[in-house]
Design a protein around this ligand. Structure first.
Ligand code: GDP
Length: 196
C-alpha cells in the first residue's frame, strides 16, 4: 500500500477543500485515544505518517493521505468523544462528517476503530447511526488486542457481532488488531488493497 510516496496531503476543514474524488477512498474513524494514528502508521509501516493529523489544529479536520502512488485516498477523520470538546464543537464535527459521508461518492468503506477492552460505546453507536443513514459500508476494527486475553477478545467480538446484526450498512467481518504487535494487520491490509 505504501510502495512509492505515501504522504500527508492536506487537512480539510470544509467540504470545499476536499481533494478530487478521482480515486477510491477509505476513512478511519474512532474515539480519541482509540489507537487510530498508531494503527494507520502500523498499517503503512510508518512511524510518524499519521502524526501530522494529530498536530494542534489538525485534529478537527479530515486529513488526507495519498497511498499506493495515487491509487487510494486514506482519510483520517477527526477523533470523537473528547471530554474537552464543547457541545457546539462536537455538533460541528458531526455536521461536517455527516455531509462528508453522504456526499463523498468515491468513499468505499469506513473503518470504525473500537478499543477491544471497552467494546462499543454510545458515541460509536452515534457514528454507526450516521453511517447507516448515509449508507456507507463500515467495518469494525478492534484495537489494542495485545492488552486483552483471547477469551476476552472472543466475548467482545461476539457482542459487537450481535450489535451489527441490526445495522444495515455494517460489514460483517470484525478485525481484531494490535498496532503494537502487528496482529490482524496483514488481513486488514489485504482488505484495503481489494478496495483499490
Ligand atoms: P488516537 O488518539 O486514536 O490517534 O490514538 P493513538 O494512536 O495516539 O494511541 C493512543 C494510546 O494508545 C497511545 O498511548 C498508544 O501508544 C496506545 N496504543 C495504540 N495502539 C496500541 C496497541 O495496539 N497496543 C497497545 N498496547 N497500545 C496501543
Amino acid at each position: 500500500l505504501c510502495s512509492g510516496p505515501c504522504e500527508f496531503v492536506l487537512g480539510a476543514a470544509a467540504l470545499t477543500q476536499l481533494p478530487e474524488a478521482d480515486r477510491p477512498e477509505i476513512a478511519f474513524a474512532g474515539r480519541s485515544n482509540v489507537g487510530k494514528s498508531s494503527l494507520i502508521n502500523a498499517l503503512l509501516w510508518r512511524k510518524n505518517l499519521a502524526r501530522a493529523s494529530s498536530e494542534p489544529g489538525r485534529t478537527r479536520e479530515l486529513n488526507y493521505f495519498n497511498l499506493g502512488e495515487g491509487r487510494l485516498w486514506l482519510v483520517d477523520l477527526p477523533g470523537f468523544g473528547y471530554a474537552k470538546v464543547s457541545r457546539t464543537q462536537a455538533q460541528e464535527w458531526q455536521r461536517l462528517t455527516l455531509r462528508y459521508l453522504r456526499g463523498r461518492v468515491n468513499l468505499r468503506r469506513v473503518f470504525l476503530l473500537v478499543d477491544s477492552r471497552r467494546g462499543l460505546m454510545d458515541t460509536d453507536h452515534e457514528v454507526m447511526d450516521m453511517l447507516d443513514s448515509a449508507a456507507v459500508t463500515y467495518q469494525i476494527v478492534l484495537t489494542k488486542a495485545d492488552k486483552i486475553k483471547k477469551t476476552e477478545a472472543d466475548v467482545v467480538r461476539a457482542k459487537v457481532a450481535e450489535a451489527l446484526k441490526k445495522r444495515p450498512a455494517a460489514h460483517p467481518v470484525i478485525r481484531l488488531t494490535s498496532a503494537e504487535k502487528g496482529g490482524g494487520l496483514p488481513e486488514l491490509r489485504a482488505e484495503i488493497y481489494q478496495l483499490t
